[in-house]
Design a protein around this ligand. Sequence first.
Ligand SMILES: [Zn+2]
Length: 83
Amino acid sequence: MSPVATPRPAGTPTQLCERCGAAMRCGLTAGDAACWCASLPVVDGARLRRPDGGAWGACLCPACLGALATGTNDPDDAPNTRH
Ligand SMILES: [Zn+2]
């Protein structure tokens, strides 16, 4: 086992989603080798924009990334068909 600085319990939320405010865990923030988002299908960069056209300043939760990846850009209007 290699030494790991300040190990955290897996799944501990490390930040809040900038889009919907849900507690989520960013692998990079948590010190993982890679974030779970790296395993997601590549999302069109143009879709990863806020409704006002700006860029998100932090990681988004799985639900929001999934919504953006499928073109749904309103958290209150997101279909709950994906898990
Ligand atoms: Zn979110």
